[in-house]
Ligand binder design. Sequence first.
Ligand SMILES: [Zn+2]
Length: 296
Amino acid sequence: MPVSAASGPRSRATRALYLIPLLALLAVGCSPASGAAPDADPTAAIPLPGPDDGSTGGGSQETPGQEGGGELVGDGPLHDKIVVIDPGHNGGNAEAASQINRLVPAGPQQKACDTVGAETGTGYPEHLFNWELSLLVKERLEADGATVILTREDNESVGPCINERAEIGNEAGADAALSIHADGGPESGRGFHVIVPGEVEGFTEDIVEPSRELAEDLRREYREGTDIPYADYLAQDGLDERTDLGGLNMSTVPKVFLEAGNMRNAEDAALLEDPRWREQAANAIARALAFYLMRE
Ligand SMILES: [Zn+2]
């Protein structure tokens, strides 16, 4: 799967699609809780920053319609932001038990380096879902100028271990980090949840608060932007605080996990397996990250 699939025009179209509601929200200055943008055509009043909008000065001189190879990095509302996207698990994990099962630092305790992940009833594996959705989110954030780092390069290799995934965000000095997963819950249970770091002495004190803000943005945008409800088999209103996850405990930057749906539930699985739905989900996730980052 080409990571560089985002061409110039596609990037600009993507930007317009996922950011318009965000910019509308910011423009009217309302809090997220007080409701979304007015019903009136949001595009009419909201200037899109960057080269999309010929009326703004100070942007790049990229000619509209010119194939610029999508070179929008350094431009756009997220031009000074670094985001680490962590697609959970990896396609080679199942064949590498000894590597995956070795213990690594995970906070006060050690945990296994990684796991294999879930899959749907029809055999769509979580590692592939995580990878595909992560690429879509990356494409969108990059279209708005963010620097986006993935914690793995492909979906065929092994790992990295959970502590290494956290370390990638730490070393990058990420403004936000997001692990993308899908759950393997009971077949009868539906829904998504966002996992936030709880307080772990000597580890997570500095990230608990900003991570919760990020989680609330993500929960709101994901709930509104997808057809998946809050999980009904665990968590509380779509949020779950945990102190046992190495990927959170070892992070020094704001970080949350998204459990995007329950792969073992047929209704959720039908959505997770649908490429058009994944585009919608990526819009919501990117919008949540952008919202968090622009408010920082
Ligand atoms: Zn997972």
